[in-house]
Write a new protein. Structure first.
Length: 465
Protein backbone atom coordinates (compact mmCIF):
# COMPACT_ATOMS: atom_id res chain seq x y z
CA UNK A 1 0.00 0.00 0.00
CA UNK A 2 1.12 3.56 -0.63
CA UNK A 3 2.67 5.33 2.38
CA UNK A 4 2.01 8.87 3.44
CA UNK A 5 5.69 9.78 3.18
CA UNK A 6 5.82 8.88 -0.53
CA UNK A 7 7.71 5.60 -0.17
CA UNK A 8 6.59 3.10 -2.80
CA UNK A 9 8.69 0.07 -1.73
CA UNK A 10 7.62 -2.90 0.40
CA UNK A 11 6.06 -1.91 3.71
CA UNK A 12 7.71 -4.57 5.84
CA UNK A 13 10.30 -7.28 5.88
CA UNK A 14 8.05 -10.31 5.47
CA UNK A 15 8.73 -13.61 7.14
CA UNK A 16 8.64 -17.14 5.77
CA UNK A 17 5.28 -18.57 4.65
CA UNK A 18 4.35 -22.13 5.62
CA UNK A 19 4.33 -24.91 3.09
CA UNK A 20 1.00 -26.77 3.04
CA UNK A 21 2.70 -30.18 2.99
CA UNK A 22 5.39 -29.38 5.51
CA UNK A 23 8.12 -28.23 3.11
CA UNK A 24 11.09 -26.14 4.07
CA UNK A 25 10.61 -22.42 4.54
CA UNK A 26 12.99 -19.96 2.94
CA UNK A 27 13.89 -16.65 4.54
CA UNK A 28 15.87 -13.67 3.28
CA UNK A 29 17.13 -10.90 5.53
CA UNK A 30 16.92 -7.22 4.72
CA UNK A 31 20.11 -5.13 4.90
CA UNK A 32 20.13 -3.27 8.20
CA UNK A 33 21.16 0.00 6.55
CA UNK A 34 17.89 0.22 4.65
CA UNK A 35 15.98 2.32 7.15
CA UNK A 36 18.86 4.85 7.34
CA UNK A 37 19.02 5.20 3.55
CA UNK A 38 15.28 5.65 3.13
CA UNK A 39 14.63 7.75 6.20
CA UNK A 40 11.26 6.20 7.15
CA UNK A 41 9.10 7.55 9.94
CA UNK A 42 9.23 6.21 13.48
CA UNK A 43 6.05 4.12 13.17
CA UNK A 44 7.28 2.41 9.99
CA UNK A 45 10.72 1.81 11.51
CA UNK A 46 8.98 0.22 14.48
CA UNK A 47 7.03 -2.02 12.13
CA UNK A 48 10.25 -3.09 10.42
CA UNK A 49 11.91 -3.75 13.75
CA UNK A 50 9.06 -6.02 14.86
CA UNK A 51 9.05 -7.77 11.53
CA UNK A 52 12.82 -8.29 11.62
CA UNK A 53 12.60 -9.85 15.10
CA UNK A 54 9.81 -12.23 14.12
CA UNK A 55 11.68 -13.18 10.93
CA UNK A 56 14.54 -14.64 12.92
CA UNK A 57 12.07 -16.43 15.24
CA UNK A 58 10.09 -17.88 12.37
CA UNK A 59 13.18 -19.07 10.49
CA UNK A 60 14.34 -20.88 13.61
CA UNK A 61 10.95 -22.60 13.99
CA UNK A 62 9.58 -20.41 16.82
CA UNK A 63 6.20 -19.71 15.23
CA UNK A 64 4.64 -18.37 18.43
CA UNK A 65 7.24 -15.61 18.65
CA UNK A 66 6.69 -14.81 14.99
CA UNK A 67 2.93 -14.46 15.57
CA UNK A 68 3.61 -12.23 18.56
CA UNK A 69 5.81 -9.84 16.59
CA UNK A 70 3.39 -9.84 13.67
CA UNK A 71 0.67 -8.78 16.11
CA UNK A 72 2.89 -5.97 17.42
CA UNK A 73 3.50 -4.80 13.87
CA UNK A 74 -0.26 -4.84 13.16
CA UNK A 75 -0.82 -2.58 16.18
CA UNK A 76 1.55 -0.05 14.59
CA UNK A 77 0.02 -0.36 11.12
CA UNK A 78 -3.44 -1.94 11.29
CA UNK A 79 -4.21 -1.14 7.63
CA UNK A 80 -1.27 -3.13 6.27
CA UNK A 81 -2.64 -6.14 4.37
CA UNK A 82 0.83 -7.72 4.13
CA UNK A 83 1.07 -8.11 7.92
CA UNK A 84 -2.24 -9.97 8.11
CA UNK A 85 -1.16 -12.18 5.21
CA UNK A 86 2.09 -13.13 6.92
CA UNK A 87 0.40 -13.76 10.28
CA UNK A 88 -2.14 -15.98 8.49
CA UNK A 89 0.76 -18.05 7.14
CA UNK A 90 2.27 -18.27 10.64
CA UNK A 91 -1.07 -19.40 12.14
CA UNK A 92 -1.39 -22.04 9.41
CA UNK A 93 2.07 -23.36 10.18
CA UNK A 94 1.25 -23.53 13.86
CA UNK A 95 -1.99 -25.43 13.12
CA UNK A 96 -4.44 -22.71 14.19
CA UNK A 97 -6.37 -22.81 10.94
CA UNK A 98 -9.41 -20.85 12.10
CA UNK A 99 -7.20 -17.89 13.07
CA UNK A 100 -5.34 -18.27 9.78
CA UNK A 101 -8.70 -18.06 8.00
CA UNK A 102 -9.65 -14.90 9.92
CA UNK A 103 -6.39 -13.14 9.00
CA UNK A 104 -6.78 -14.23 5.37
CA UNK A 105 -10.30 -12.78 5.27
CA UNK A 106 -8.95 -9.55 6.80
CA UNK A 107 -6.27 -9.45 4.08
CA UNK A 108 -8.94 -9.72 1.36
CA UNK A 109 -11.00 -7.05 3.10
CA UNK A 110 -8.06 -4.60 3.12
CA UNK A 111 -6.97 -5.32 -0.45
CA UNK A 112 -9.55 -7.32 -2.44
CA UNK A 113 -7.62 -7.08 -5.72
CA UNK A 114 -4.54 -8.84 -4.28
CA UNK A 115 -4.38 -12.50 -5.32
CA UNK A 116 -2.18 -13.57 -2.39
CA UNK A 117 -5.03 -12.97 0.07
CA UNK A 118 -7.25 -15.47 -1.74
CA UNK A 119 -4.47 -18.08 -1.80
CA UNK A 120 -4.04 -17.63 2.00
CA UNK A 121 -7.79 -18.07 2.55
CA UNK A 122 -8.03 -21.11 0.26
CA UNK A 123 -5.06 -22.75 2.03
CA UNK A 124 -6.73 -22.30 5.43
CA UNK A 125 -10.02 -23.72 4.09
CA UNK A 126 -8.16 -26.69 2.63
CA UNK A 127 -6.62 -27.46 6.00
CA UNK A 128 -10.14 -27.33 7.49
CA UNK A 129 -11.33 -29.84 4.81
CA UNK A 130 -13.74 -27.25 3.39
CA UNK A 131 -12.80 -28.08 -0.17
CA UNK A 132 -15.81 -26.59 -1.93
CA UNK A 133 -15.24 -23.23 -0.26
CA UNK A 134 -11.53 -23.43 -1.07
CA UNK A 135 -12.37 -24.06 -4.73
CA UNK A 136 -14.72 -21.06 -4.79
CA UNK A 137 -12.02 -18.91 -3.14
CA UNK A 138 -9.48 -19.83 -5.82
CA UNK A 139 -12.05 -19.02 -8.52
CA UNK A 140 -12.84 -15.68 -6.87
CA UNK A 141 -9.14 -14.80 -6.74
CA UNK A 142 -8.75 -15.55 -10.46
CA UNK A 143 -11.45 -12.99 -11.20
CA UNK A 144 -9.15 -10.31 -9.77
CA UNK A 145 -5.86 -11.75 -11.07
CA UNK A 146 -6.58 -13.98 -14.09
CA UNK A 147 -2.87 -14.47 -14.80
CA UNK A 148 -1.92 -15.62 -11.29
CA UNK A 149 -0.25 -19.01 -11.78
CA UNK A 150 -0.49 -19.88 -8.08
CA UNK A 151 -4.28 -19.46 -8.05
CA UNK A 152 -4.64 -21.47 -11.27
CA UNK A 153 -2.60 -24.35 -9.87
CA UNK A 154 -4.51 -24.28 -6.60
CA UNK A 155 -7.86 -24.43 -8.44
CA UNK A 156 -6.73 -27.46 -10.46
CA UNK A 157 -5.54 -29.25 -7.32
CA UNK A 158 -8.86 -28.56 -5.60
CA UNK A 159 -10.85 -29.97 -8.54
CA UNK A 160 -8.71 -33.13 -8.50
CA UNK A 161 -9.07 -33.55 -4.76
CA UNK A 162 -12.84 -33.05 -4.91
CA UNK A 163 -13.19 -35.70 -7.66
CA UNK A 164 -11.08 -38.18 -5.69
CA UNK A 165 -12.99 -37.42 -2.51
CA UNK A 166 -16.39 -38.06 -4.14
CA UNK A 167 -15.12 -41.37 -5.56
CA UNK A 168 -14.02 -42.47 -2.12
CA UNK A 169 -17.41 -41.53 -0.67
CA UNK A 170 -19.29 -43.64 -3.23
CA UNK A 171 -16.90 -46.53 -2.81
CA UNK A 172 -17.33 -46.60 0.93
CA UNK A 173 -21.13 -46.26 0.84
CA UNK A 174 -23.03 -49.49 1.79
CA UNK A 175 -26.15 -48.45 -0.11
CA UNK A 176 -24.22 -47.98 -3.37
CA UNK A 177 -22.58 -51.41 -3.01
CA UNK A 178 -25.94 -53.17 -2.32
CA UNK A 179 -27.57 -51.45 -5.29
CA UNK A 180 -24.84 -52.53 -7.70
CA UNK A 181 -24.95 -56.16 -6.45
CA UNK A 182 -28.73 -56.35 -6.83
CA UNK A 183 -28.55 -54.81 -10.27
CA UNK A 184 -25.99 -57.31 -11.52
CA UNK A 185 -27.94 -60.26 -10.05
CA UNK A 186 -31.25 -59.37 -11.70
CA UNK A 187 -32.13 -62.12 -14.24
CA UNK A 188 -34.37 -59.83 -16.24
CA UNK A 189 -31.34 -57.90 -17.41
CA UNK A 190 -30.18 -61.07 -19.13
CA UNK A 191 -33.35 -61.15 -21.28
CA UNK A 192 -32.42 -59.92 -24.80
CA UNK A 193 -35.71 -58.07 -25.09
CA UNK A 194 -35.07 -56.15 -21.87
CA UNK A 195 -31.54 -55.35 -22.96
CA UNK A 196 -32.78 -54.15 -26.35
CA UNK A 197 -35.40 -51.93 -24.70
CA UNK A 198 -32.82 -50.61 -22.22
CA UNK A 199 -30.39 -49.91 -25.07
CA UNK A 200 -33.05 -47.90 -26.94
CA UNK A 201 -33.86 -45.91 -23.82
CA UNK A 202 -30.20 -45.27 -23.05
CA UNK A 203 -29.23 -44.66 -26.68
CA UNK A 204 -26.57 -47.36 -26.56
CA UNK A 205 -26.15 -50.36 -28.92
CA UNK A 206 -26.00 -53.17 -26.37
CA UNK A 207 -26.42 -55.86 -29.06
CA UNK A 208 -22.89 -55.32 -30.31
CA UNK A 209 -21.51 -56.10 -26.90
CA UNK A 210 -20.02 -59.52 -26.33
CA UNK A 211 -22.43 -61.94 -24.62
CA UNK A 212 -19.66 -63.42 -22.56
CA UNK A 213 -18.77 -61.84 -19.30
CA UNK A 214 -15.52 -60.11 -19.66
CA UNK A 215 -13.45 -58.87 -16.85
CA UNK A 216 -13.83 -55.13 -16.67
CA UNK A 217 -10.64 -53.29 -17.15
CA UNK A 218 -9.69 -51.38 -14.07
CA UNK A 219 -10.35 -47.66 -14.27
CA UNK A 220 -7.35 -45.51 -14.99
CA UNK A 221 -5.57 -44.42 -11.87
CA UNK A 222 -6.34 -40.89 -10.77
CA UNK A 223 -3.74 -38.34 -11.68
CA UNK A 224 -1.10 -38.00 -9.02
CA UNK A 225 -1.79 -35.27 -6.62
CA UNK A 226 0.53 -32.34 -7.11
CA UNK A 227 2.35 -31.23 -4.08
CA UNK A 228 1.34 -27.65 -3.35
CA UNK A 229 4.34 -25.40 -3.50
CA UNK A 230 5.31 -23.22 -0.62
CA UNK A 231 3.87 -19.76 -0.99
CA UNK A 232 6.67 -17.23 -1.16
CA UNK A 233 6.67 -14.45 1.38
CA UNK A 234 6.38 -10.89 0.13
CA UNK A 235 10.10 -10.17 0.34
CA UNK A 236 10.77 -13.16 -1.99
CA UNK A 237 8.51 -11.87 -4.76
CA UNK A 238 10.39 -10.84 -7.96
CA UNK A 239 9.18 -7.25 -7.83
CA UNK A 240 10.67 -6.86 -4.33
CA UNK A 241 14.03 -8.54 -4.89
CA UNK A 242 15.51 -5.56 -6.72
CA UNK A 243 14.45 -3.13 -3.99
CA UNK A 244 15.92 -5.36 -1.27
CA UNK A 245 19.27 -5.54 -3.08
CA UNK A 246 21.98 -3.64 -1.21
CA UNK A 247 23.62 -2.42 -4.42
CA UNK A 248 20.31 -1.00 -5.62
CA UNK A 249 19.81 0.87 -2.34
CA UNK A 250 23.32 2.35 -2.40
CA UNK A 251 22.84 3.32 -6.05
CA UNK A 252 19.61 5.11 -5.27
CA UNK A 253 21.22 6.96 -2.35
CA UNK A 254 24.03 8.22 -4.63
CA UNK A 255 21.45 9.24 -7.24
CA UNK A 256 19.53 11.29 -4.68
CA UNK A 257 22.71 13.11 -3.65
CA UNK A 258 23.41 13.80 -7.32
CA UNK A 259 19.87 15.18 -7.75
CA UNK A 260 20.39 17.60 -4.88
CA UNK A 261 23.61 18.90 -6.44
CA UNK A 262 21.87 19.12 -9.83
CA UNK A 263 19.13 21.33 -8.37
CA UNK A 264 21.80 23.60 -6.89
CA UNK A 265 23.44 23.78 -10.37
CA UNK A 266 26.61 22.17 -9.00
CA UNK A 267 26.95 20.00 -12.07
CA UNK A 268 30.50 18.78 -11.45
CA UNK A 269 29.61 17.27 -8.06
CA UNK A 270 26.34 15.91 -9.49
CA UNK A 271 28.23 14.08 -12.25
CA UNK A 272 30.53 12.46 -9.67
CA UNK A 273 27.64 11.02 -7.63
CA UNK A 274 25.70 9.98 -10.74
CA UNK A 275 28.74 7.99 -11.86
CA UNK A 276 28.96 6.35 -8.43
CA UNK A 277 25.27 5.44 -8.68
CA UNK A 278 25.75 3.92 -12.14
CA UNK A 279 28.71 1.90 -10.85
CA UNK A 280 26.50 0.29 -8.17
CA UNK A 281 23.37 -0.26 -10.28
CA UNK A 282 22.80 1.03 -13.81
CA UNK A 283 19.35 2.50 -14.52
CA UNK A 284 18.16 4.54 -17.55
CA UNK A 285 16.85 7.36 -15.32
CA UNK A 286 20.20 7.99 -13.62
CA UNK A 287 22.05 7.70 -16.94
CA UNK A 288 19.78 10.36 -18.47
CA UNK A 289 20.30 12.71 -15.50
CA UNK A 290 24.06 12.20 -15.76
CA UNK A 291 23.98 13.15 -19.44
CA UNK A 292 21.92 16.26 -18.65
CA UNK A 293 24.38 17.27 -15.93
CA UNK A 294 27.33 16.76 -18.32
CA UNK A 295 25.67 18.94 -20.97
CA UNK A 296 24.88 21.69 -18.47
CA UNK A 297 28.41 21.50 -17.06
CA UNK A 298 29.93 21.89 -20.55
CA UNK A 299 27.75 24.91 -21.27
CA UNK A 300 28.64 26.54 -17.96
CA UNK A 301 32.36 25.92 -18.55
CA UNK A 302 32.14 27.43 -22.06
CA UNK A 303 30.31 30.47 -20.73
CA UNK A 304 32.81 30.86 -17.90
CA UNK A 305 35.74 30.68 -20.33
CA UNK A 306 34.12 33.30 -22.56
CA UNK A 307 33.56 35.62 -19.61
CA UNK A 308 37.13 35.06 -18.41
CA UNK A 309 38.57 35.91 -21.84
CA UNK A 310 36.48 39.06 -21.99
CA UNK A 311 37.66 40.08 -18.53
CA UNK A 312 41.28 39.45 -19.50
CA UNK A 313 40.81 41.50 -22.69
CA UNK A 314 39.30 44.40 -20.79
CA UNK A 315 42.04 44.24 -18.16
CA UNK A 316 44.65 44.40 -20.94
CA UNK A 317 43.31 47.72 -22.28
CA UNK A 318 45.60 50.66 -21.51
CA UNK A 319 45.39 53.78 -23.76
CA UNK A 320 48.71 55.14 -22.50
CA UNK A 321 50.63 52.00 -23.48
CA UNK A 322 48.68 51.96 -26.76
CA UNK A 323 49.95 55.47 -27.53
CA UNK A 324 53.54 54.40 -26.85
CA UNK A 325 53.18 51.42 -29.21
CA UNK A 326 51.63 53.69 -31.83
CA UNK A 327 54.56 56.14 -31.68
CA UNK A 328 57.05 53.28 -31.99
CA UNK A 329 55.08 51.97 -34.96
CA UNK A 330 55.17 55.40 -36.61
CA UNK A 331 58.95 55.54 -36.22
CA UNK A 332 59.35 52.10 -37.80
CA UNK A 333 56.96 53.08 -40.61
CA UNK A 334 58.96 56.20 -41.43
CA UNK A 335 62.14 54.11 -41.50
CA UNK A 336 60.49 51.66 -43.92
CA UNK A 337 60.48 48.77 -41.41
CA UNK A 338 56.87 47.87 -42.12
CA UNK A 339 56.77 44.40 -40.45
CA UNK A 340 58.06 45.83 -37.18
CA UNK A 341 55.67 48.77 -37.48
CA UNK A 342 52.77 46.36 -37.96
CA UNK A 343 53.75 44.51 -34.74
CA UNK A 344 53.62 47.76 -32.78
CA UNK A 345 50.28 48.73 -34.34
CA UNK A 346 48.85 45.30 -33.53
CA UNK A 347 49.93 45.61 -29.89
CA UNK A 348 48.49 49.11 -29.79
CA UNK A 349 45.12 47.80 -31.05
CA UNK A 350 45.06 45.23 -28.23
CA UNK A 351 45.74 48.01 -25.74
CA UNK A 352 43.10 50.34 -27.25
CA UNK A 353 40.73 48.54 -29.66
CA UNK A 354 38.44 51.57 -30.07
CA UNK A 355 41.08 53.78 -31.75
CA UNK A 356 40.31 53.80 -35.50
CA UNK A 357 43.66 55.38 -36.40
CA UNK A 358 45.49 52.27 -35.26
CA UNK A 359 43.52 50.14 -37.73
CA UNK A 360 44.21 52.66 -40.47
CA UNK A 361 47.94 52.61 -39.74
CA UNK A 362 48.09 48.84 -39.78
CA UNK A 363 46.17 48.84 -43.07
CA UNK A 364 48.84 51.19 -44.45
CA UNK A 365 51.48 48.63 -43.44
CA UNK A 366 49.57 45.89 -45.28
CA UNK A 367 49.40 48.13 -48.33
CA UNK A 368 53.14 48.74 -48.24
CA UNK A 369 53.68 44.98 -47.94
CA UNK A 370 51.37 44.48 -50.98
CA UNK A 371 48.81 42.59 -48.85
CA UNK A 372 45.85 44.46 -50.30
CA UNK A 373 43.18 41.92 -49.34
CA UNK A 374 44.20 42.10 -45.68
CA UNK A 375 44.16 45.87 -45.90
CA UNK A 376 40.60 45.81 -47.25
CA UNK A 377 39.41 43.53 -44.46
CA UNK A 378 40.99 45.80 -41.88
CA UNK A 379 39.33 48.88 -43.32
CA UNK A 380 35.86 47.65 -42.43
CA UNK A 381 36.22 48.88 -38.85
CA UNK A 382 37.50 52.48 -39.09
CA UNK A 383 34.65 53.72 -41.30
CA UNK A 384 32.51 54.53 -38.29
CA UNK A 385 35.31 56.57 -36.71
CA UNK A 386 37.52 58.21 -39.31
CA UNK A 387 37.09 59.39 -42.88
CA UNK A 388 40.74 58.66 -43.55
CA UNK A 389 39.87 54.98 -43.74
CA UNK A 390 38.21 55.60 -47.09
CA UNK A 391 41.43 56.89 -48.57
CA UNK A 392 43.25 53.81 -47.29
CA UNK A 393 40.66 51.53 -48.83
CA UNK A 394 40.54 53.42 -52.11
CA UNK A 395 44.33 53.26 -52.38
CA UNK A 396 44.26 49.49 -51.84
CA UNK A 397 41.56 49.03 -54.49
CA UNK A 398 43.49 51.21 -56.92
CA UNK A 399 46.60 49.12 -56.36
CA UNK A 400 44.52 46.03 -57.12
CA UNK A 401 43.33 47.78 -60.33
CA UNK A 402 39.73 47.61 -59.13
CA UNK A 403 38.97 51.14 -60.25
CA UNK A 404 35.20 50.93 -60.02
CA UNK A 405 35.22 50.10 -56.34
CA UNK A 406 38.01 52.61 -55.78
CA UNK A 407 35.84 55.34 -57.29
CA UNK A 408 32.92 54.31 -55.11
CA UNK A 409 35.05 54.46 -51.97
CA UNK A 410 36.53 57.79 -52.97
CA UNK A 411 33.07 59.20 -53.71
CA UNK A 412 31.73 57.99 -50.40
CA UNK A 413 34.71 59.44 -48.59
CA UNK A 414 34.23 62.74 -50.42
CA UNK A 415 30.57 62.86 -49.42
CA UNK A 416 31.46 62.18 -45.82
CA UNK A 417 33.98 64.98 -45.94
CA UNK A 418 31.31 67.33 -47.23
CA UNK A 419 28.92 66.25 -44.50
CA UNK A 420 31.58 66.73 -41.87
CA UNK A 421 32.36 70.15 -43.28
CA UNK A 422 28.68 71.09 -43.28
CA UNK A 423 28.21 69.93 -39.72
CA UNK A 424 31.33 71.74 -38.51
CA UNK A 425 30.61 74.91 -40.58
CA UNK A 426 34.26 75.06 -41.62
CA UNK A 427 35.52 77.25 -44.40
CA UNK A 428 35.75 75.17 -47.62
CA UNK A 429 39.14 76.66 -48.40
CA UNK A 430 40.47 75.62 -45.01
CA UNK A 431 39.17 72.09 -45.51
CA UNK A 432 40.75 71.91 -48.95
CA UNK A 433 44.02 73.24 -47.62
CA UNK A 434 44.12 70.64 -44.83
CA UNK A 435 43.26 67.83 -47.23
CA UNK A 436 45.95 68.83 -49.72
CA UNK A 437 48.49 68.90 -46.92
CA UNK A 438 47.99 65.16 -46.45
CA UNK A 439 50.69 63.22 -48.41
CA UNK A 440 48.28 60.45 -49.28
CA UNK A 441 45.71 62.87 -50.64
CA UNK A 442 48.47 64.52 -52.68
CA UNK A 443 49.41 61.11 -54.10
CA UNK A 444 45.78 60.40 -55.06
CA UNK A 445 45.33 63.85 -56.60
CA UNK A 446 48.44 63.38 -58.69
CA UNK A 447 46.82 60.41 -60.42
CA UNK A 448 45.24 61.61 -63.72
CA UNK A 449 42.37 59.12 -63.47
CA UNK A 450 41.39 60.27 -59.98
CA UNK A 451 41.63 63.93 -61.01
CA UNK A 452 39.28 63.21 -63.91
CA UNK A 453 36.79 61.55 -61.54
CA UNK A 454 36.88 64.45 -59.10
CA UNK A 455 36.38 67.01 -61.86
CA UNK A 456 33.41 65.03 -63.15
CA UNK A 457 31.92 64.90 -59.64
CA UNK A 458 32.26 68.69 -59.30
CA UNK A 459 30.51 69.31 -62.62
CA UNK A 460 27.80 66.63 -62.24
CA UNK A 461 27.35 65.17 -58.71
CA UNK A 462 24.81 62.67 -60.10
CA UNK A 463 27.28 61.17 -62.57
CA UNK A 464 28.37 58.39 -60.15
CA UNK A 465 24.90 57.52 -58.87
Amino acid sequence: MARKDGYSGPSVISAAAPQLNGGAVTQRKLPLGRRFLWGEREDVVGTWSCDLRHGSRHSSGNTAEAIKHYSEAIKLDSANHVLYSNRSAAYAKKGEYHKALEDACKTIELKPEWGKGYSRKAAALEFLNRFEEAKKTYAEGLKHEPANAQLKEGLQNMESRLAAYQGRVLKGSGWASHFLVSLLGNRKLKDPRVMTTLGVLLGVDLASADDEDEAMSPPPPPPPKKEPKAEPMEEDLPENKKQNNLGFLVSRAYARIGNSYFKEEKYKEAIQFYNKSLAEHRTPEVLKKCQQASSSYSQSVTLAEKILKEQEREAYINPELALEEKNQGNECFQKGDYPQAMKHYTEAIKRNPSDAKLYSNRAACYTKLLEFQLALKLMAFPFAFAVKGYTRKAAALEAMKDYTKAMDEAAEGYQRCLMSQYNRNDNPEDVKRRAMADPEVQQIMSDPAMRLILEQMQKDPQALS
